[in-house]
Design a protein around this ligand. Structure first.
Ligand SMILES: [Cu+2]
Length: 490
């Protein structure tokens, strides 16, 4: 009897194991032109502030002909326009919530005051509005925006609420990098999806401990996309906008590409590579060179996630044909990349005074053994100080770590200097099983003892489940204030 049960269980596990691997390699027809999100319209107010309008709304999107999928979007039915501003500008975004439930808009990667951050303490009620404003004070970079309501972030992002926020600066604008938006400087927001008839199927698979894993990918909301390339070099602004899936990008012909930027801006110098891993929330700017008339496919390859179990049930064995690049018969010439992109990175190198060294142990059940609590401040940091944060995966499940408000430098990965793709400014870092990262972060303020910023796992089901903590930035000698436990949106 027991033997039959065990045999049956083993059979079920074997069946689930075989079924868990997903591949779309060689199966995608690339029949749809890549959709490029519009650049958001803005106006400049009398005081010089650049003003954007974003409204969250429900709608329907025809990803496949004749199939209307219920979705959410900003200023449209799915995803949102690309916001764009320059360093030194003041910006304001008028956010209107046209949904039937409360949500928020978080500016991922942005350095800004805590009450403008759009975390779970800045809920926007249905029919309500919110107008955060701040001054852009960080280098040119590829940031993004998405909701951050506590416990519901996965659902709100999956329904379609996400968009890019590109920052420019005068130094970066002078570099010979491809910069024609949508032509040779292209947002590539990658999401995995699964359909159940016309609808999205957001169910988590059996034994999948990282959250939702889809069976196919979209770029900017386009299934099976191709992009027509008109220049010898094209810059792709890669964003992993998936809720749990990690991508290991490369090209089907294994060509090299140049990594020029990470989450928070340009690297000191371009780095040639043929694989690049991005966990949810991470970005990378890469420049790919093309020859006239050729085609190549952006692919996601299997990677090592730690153990056998994570590899199969965490999606690391999966592979996807993500997007095809099709070069015109004649291409506009593009200059070689410069040897240097930035004089110095605006992230601390860990060599100056360190005010505090902290540990963050990651487990699905919570960070440092505690699930998120809205009225508990987990860390109080002093404005103007630099800290070292040691982040450790202690449960073997794949996680990553995202810190609001700051860009950090990864000093060490498992005790060693990190590889090139982790040497730029970062706000999110992949921390698979058995991994420790040592980060240097500077908190430049402003101080606000009453409103916290978040740090959390950006695998959204983990974040929603409590893998999140809160920190406040205070003036020297000041303590943390009181943070409300509940938002008043009943
Ligand atoms: Cu996690």
């Amino acid at each position: 009897m027991i033997a039959v049960l065990i045999g049956g269980l083993a059979g079920t596990v074997a069946w689930l194991y075989a079924r868990a691997e997903v591949s779309t390699v060689g199966e995608v027809d690339f029949a749809q032109r890549l959709s490029v999100p519009a650049e958001a319209k803005s106006r400049v107010a009398k005081d010089g502030t650049r003003v954007f309008d974003l409204d969250m709304r429900a709608g329907e999107t025809e990803f496949r002909p004749g199939q209307k999928t219920p979705t959410w979007g900003f200023n449209g039915s799915y995803l949102g326009p690309t916001l764009r501003a320059e360093r030194g500008e003041k910006v304001r975004v008028n956010v209107d919530n046209g949904l039937e439930e409360a949500s928020t808009v978080h500016w991922h990667g942005m350095h800004l005051p805590a009450r403008m951050d759009g975390g779970p303490h800045q809920m926007v009620e249905p029919g309500g509005s919110w107008s955060p404003q701040w001054k852009i004070d960080q280098p040119a970079s590829t940031l993004w925006y998405h909701p951050h309501p506590h416990g519901k972030t996965e659902q709100h992002v999956q329904k379609g609420l996400a968009g890019m926020f590109i920052l420019d600066d005068k130094k970066a604008a002078k570099l010979p990098l491809p910069d024609r938006y949508g032509v040779n400087d292209v947002p590539v927001m990658v999401q995995d999806v699964r359909f159940d008839g016309a609808k999205f199927d957001h169910g988590h698979g059996m034994m999948q401990n990282t959250g939702f894993l889809g069976d196919r990918t979209m770029v900017n909301g386009t299934l099976a996309p191709y992009h027509q390339v008109k220049d010898e070099a094209i810059r792709l602004r890669l964003l992993n906008a998936s809720t749990a899936r990690v991508y290991n990008f490369g090209f089907a012909d294994d060509r090299d590409f140049a990594l020029v930027g990470t989450d928070g801006g340009l690297l000191e110098k371009p780095a040639e590579m043929n694989r690049l891993k991005l966990s949810p929330g991470e970005r990378a700017e890469v420049v790919v060179r093309m020859k006239p008339g050729e085609r190549t496919v952006l692919r996601s390859y299997p990677y090592e996630a730690g153990d056998f179990w994570s590899n199969r049930f965490g999606g690391a064995d999966d592979s996807f044909d993500v997007m095809e690049l099709r070069a015109d018969k004649q291409l506009r010439p593009a200059p070689e990349l410069p040897d240097r992109l930035a004089d110095r990175l605006e992230v601390p190198d860990g060599k100056g005074e360190i005010a505090s060294e902290r540990s963050f142990d990651l487990q699905t059940s919570g960070i440092n053994g505690k699930p998120m609590k809205m009225d508990r401040i987990d860390a109080t940091v002093t404005r103007g100080s630099t800290e070292i944060w040691n982040v450790r995966n202690i449960d073997g499940t794949q996680h990553n770590f995202h810190v609001h408000d700051v860009q950090f430098r990864i000093l060490e990965l498992n005790g060693r200097r990190p590889p090139e793709h982790l040497r730029g400014p970062k706000d999110t870092v992949f921390v698979p099983g058995g991994t420790t990262v040592k980060l240097a972060l500077s908190f430049t303020g402003p101080a606000d003892p009453d409103v916290p910023y978040m740090y959390h796992c950006h695998l959204l089901a983990h974040e929603d489940g409590g893998m999140m903590g809160q920190f406040v930035v205070v003036e020297p000698g000041q303590g943390a204030g009181k943070v409300p436990g509940h938002h008043d949106h009943h």
